[in-house]
Design a protein around this ligand. Structure first.
Ligand SMILES: [Zn+2]
Length: 81
């Protein structure tokens, strides 16, 4: 993913068996528990699977088209300018 635009990347952490976004790109809530499991994220590696992610904090949604061990990749810019 090194060639991909950072503004499309959402950093996340795996905590136990949960996936936590460091910050919601829509409402800026911190440490948002995502409706994903670590296996869902690993199934997205290399763009093998795409998902519509809905943030539980504000119901903001974005299509995630790729992932690696540190980031989910959105199909559009989601981070600060
Ligand atoms: Zn939010």
């Amino acid at each position: 993913m090194s060639m991909l635009p950072l503004r499309n990347c959402l950093p996340y952490d795996i905590v136990m068996n949960d996936v936590v976004a460091q910050e919601c790109p829509f409402c800026r809530s911190a440490n948002v528990l995502l409706p994903l499991k670590p296996d869902d994220v690993s199934s997205m590696y290399g763009g093998r699977r795409k998902i519509m992610l809905v943030f539980p904090c504000c119901h903001g949604s974005v299509r995630m088209i790729d992932a690696d061990a540190d980031y989910l990749l959105a199909n559009r810019p989601i981070r600060g300018k």
